[in-house]
Every structure is written in C-alpha cells, then in structure tokens.
Write a protein that binds this ligand. Structure first.
Ligand code: SAM
Length: 291
C-alpha cells in the first residue's frame, strides 16, 4: 500500500504526521483521556511497551511544563530502541523479564507512580487464540510491574484483546481496582478486537505482597471452564471514547478537494527496526534461495 492510499484510508495516520505524533496510537490515549481525565495530578508515570513513542509524547506534552522546578518522572520501556524524547527516561527491555521490572522499579526509588499505561502488542500471527494468549501474557507482566510501582488510588490503562476469555480477566482486575471499564476509542478500528481496559483506584487486597515471580492472573483455563457465574461473574462497563465529530477510523476520507495533496514523511522513523537486516539482505540478494 502506497503512502497516499494509507493517508486516505486512515485519517488518523495522516493526522498523526500533521500534528507531529510518532504514531497514530497517540489519538487512542488522547481519546481515552477525554473520558477519564487520566493526567490530572500525575507526577510519576510508567509507559510500558512505548516504542516508537507516541504515548510517551502525549505524556511529555501533557505533564512536562517549561521551567518546572520539580518535573514529573516518566519512565518508558520497550523491547525496541526508541529515539530520545525530552524528559522521558528510557529503558530497552522485555517487560515479561524480572530484570526489566527491577530496572523500572529502581527508577522509582521508594516513590510511587500515579499512572501506568501499557499499549503492548505482540507481533500478530493471525492465529487468534495465540495472539490473545500472548497479549494476555503482556498484560500480566504489565500488571505485575504495576503492583510494584502504582500508588493506592492510582490508575492502570492497558490494551486488551476482547476475546472469549475476557470475563475472567475482568474479574481478576476487579480484585485490584475499584473501577474497571472497557474502553474503545474512536481511533481504534471497529474491525480490530483491540480495546483498552481502564482500571481506577488501585486497592490491592490487604494481604497482597507484590512478587515478580508469581503470576497474578490465571490464563490457564479454556473455553470449557470459563463460565464464571453468580458473584464471580463481573460485567464491566463498556465505553466508546472520542468525540462523535472526530474521524471514524473505519472510514475512507478524500485527501484534498483541490488536488493539493502531498504525502508527509513519518515524524520519527524507527531507529533500529527488526526488519532492517532483512531489507539489507534483500538489497544485496542474500535472501536468494540459491545463495
Ligand atoms: N504506544 C506506542 C506508541 O504510541 O508509540 C505503540 C506501542 S506498539 C503498538 C507495541 C509495542 O509493544 C512495540 O513497540 C513492541 O516492541 C512492544 N512490545 C511487545 N512485546 C514487548 C515486551 N515483551 N516487552 C516490551 N515491549 C514489548
């Protein structure tokens, strides 16, 4: 797909470049914030699975003010290297690894975060059960880290795939948070099973001791035993976020009525993309089967 057809097909893709966001995902966080006022009184924050960095840009633009005496602490983590962003502490690592969690926790040095956000997504395989499982593992890792760094009363926002096993996940998140809401921003395509879980008022059980080696959530059940009933079954509110006048991510828009359309360059190309080696090999014919 060419640049212009993507611009046309996906209005948020073009708008991100126009407004200087590194990815269209920025709009998802902004639209969730319109409903939940996520950034009020936030001084410390963790952005998990942050590359290429558009959510970190949102945090930076919303939280960092010129000449602030006591600037907020924002820690961003990803497997991929990320181009620097002003005021953001970056860690390159795997959030499912204890060593990465320890690095994040060490930056907080006894202080707590007010907000933890996680837009983590595995490379989608197209095998839905597998994709949902890996997504759930990322969420588990994010929640484990969250229980170490989030202050009581704090907020956790994470991407989820709303698959068939979602009711157990809701029930388990309700153990830690007073309010759990499933939110679909307008910039997230309807055709995608992606949604975001907004968990407010962190109140861990009294006897809960955060422990990186203990799984918090049990994803080991399957469709034959996931029929939670009675008080075990939690129905969480579902909210569509984003102004109705904002762009619909499933619609195709004309680019320019006067044919003045010019494709825009990406705001920040990946600095070390995993496909770099493959492109290099392709250019030098090293992928040729006869080699
Ligand atoms: N929120 C980002 C933004 O606005 O630019 C986009 C995040 S992108 C959808 C998903 C990210 O999850 C990828 O950059 C990927 O490297 C990261 N990721 C996937 N698995 C991870 C893991 N185990 N640890 C850390 N990051 C991971």
């Amino acid at each position: 797909m060419g640049k212009s057809s993507k611009d046309k097909r996906d209005r948020y893709y073009r708008l991100a470049k126009e407004q200087g966001w590194r990815a269209r995902s920025a709009f998802k966080l902004l639209q969730i914030d319109e409903e939940f006022n996520l950034f009020e009184n936030v001084k410390h924050c963790v952005d998990l699975c942050a590359a290429p960095g558009s959510w970190s840009q949102v945090l930076s633009r919303k939280l960092i003010k010129e000449g602030q005496e006591d600037p907020p602490k924002i820690v961003a983590v990803d497997l991929q290297a990320m181009a620097p962003l002003k005021g953001i502490i970056q860690i390159q690592g795997d959030i499912t690894k204890q060593s990465t969690a320890e690095q994040i926790i060490s930056h907080f040095d006894g202080q707590y975060a007010d907000l933890v956000i996680c837009d983590g997504a595995p490379d989608v395989t197209g095998l839905h059960d597998m994709d949902e499982y890996i997504q759930a593992q990322l969420l588990l890792a994010a929640l484990n880290i969250t229980t170490h760094v989030l202050r009581p009363g704090g907020t956790f926002v994470a991407k989820i795939f709303r698959g068939k096993d979602i009711t157990l996940l809701y029930a388990q998140l309700k153990v830690f948070f007073t309010h759990v809401t499933c939110c679909k921003p307008r910039s997230s395509r309807n055709s995608s099973i992606e949604s975001f879980i907004v968990c407010q008022d962190y109140q861990p059980p009294k006897d809960y001791v955060p422990n990186m080696s203990n799984p918090l959530l049990d994803f080991s059940y399957n469709s034959t035993n996931n029929n939670l009933e009675g008080s075990n079954r939690v129905i969480v509110p579902f909210l569509a976020a984003g102004d109705l006048s904002s762009f619909d991510s499933d619609q195709t828009y004309p680019l320019d009525d006067n044919n003045n359309y010019k494709p825009l360059e990406p705001v920040q190309s990946p600095i070390s993309p995993p496909y770099k080696t493959a492109i290099k090999k392709k250019r030098t014919n090293e992928l040729n089967k006869n080699n």
